[in-house]
Design a protein around this ligand. Structure first.
Ligand SMILES: CC(C)(COP(=O)(O)OP(=O)(O)OC[C@H]1O[C@@H](n2cnc3c(N)ncnc32)[C@H](O)[C@@H]1OP(=O)(O)O)[C@@H](O)C(=O)NCCC(=O)NCCS
Length: 187
């Protein structure tokens, strides 16, 4: 997936090096909002940091190991969503996403995730997708529920967030479930 039109004014596109300045500006403007649940904010202090991230993300995409896409509304970058590392032996991956502080509550992430699930199960032919949300991250859990993921359990102390561990709620979705419940993707 290089570009997907999600609505008249919303599209998803693989992030490229040329997006570094806009992505860093969005990150910096949303720092407090994102830092509550994402572990990489303190390591992202300049456009150079974001550019290094994008270089790694593009390498990951080129090797077929996942991708990071920007969510644009009216040509303005609002957030990021993508597939984390693909486990090809087991045909699995997981969803990751965040949206800038001013863009919550508009359905942009759910829309982007739907397109990514279509791509994961369709184009990539994956069998299982995971979505992990920290206990307490109600908005992320709501995304999982909205997409029809099944809650499978809790992984204790799954992630170090700056100065404490958080438990993760593990949500899973199988290709057959996505196909049945979405009706959006057909072979
Ligand atoms: C988690 C996070 C991405 C969720 O963002 P979000 O804006 O709540 O999610 P969506 O973009 O799917 O928007 C859903 C909201 O838009 C509304 N909405 C409007 N149009 C919609 C549409 N077409 N489709 C779905 N929802 C729509 C929904 O009703 C919901 O509103 P509500 O929260 O008031 O009930 C965001 O809170 C975030 O970036 N948090 C910090 C980083 C983070 O936690 N990342 C995830 C780590 S696991």
């Amino acid at each position: 997936m290089f570009v997907a039109q999600l609505a008249d004014d919303v599209h998803l596109r693989i992030l490229e090096r040329q997006d570094a300045a806009e992505l860093f500006a969005l990150t910096d403007a949303s720092r407090d909002h994102l830092r509550r649940w994402l572990p990489w904010l303190d390591g992202t202090r300049s456009v150079t940091d974001t550019d290094a991230f994008l270089a790694g993300a593009l390498e990951q995409f080129a090797k077929g190991r996942g991708f990071h896409a920007g969510i644009w509304r009216l040509g303005v970058l609002c957030g990021v969503a993508g597939l984390h590392a693909i486990d090809w032996a087991n045909r699995q991956s997981s969803l990751g996403y965040w949206i800038g502080a001013g863009y919550e509550g508009q359905g942009l992430v759910t829309m982007a995730c739907r397109a990514i699930l279509d791509d994961a199960f369709g184009h990539y032919g994956l069998h299982r997708m995971e979505l992990r949300a920290a206990v307490g991250n109600e908005r992320s859990q709501a995304v999982a529920r909205r997409l029809g993921f099944r809650r499978e359990g809790v992984q204790r102390d799954a992630e170090w967030l700056y100065d404490h561990f958080v438990d993760h709620i593990v949500f899973g979705m199988l290709e057959s479930e996505w196909r049945t419940q979405s009706g959006r993707w057909r072979e």
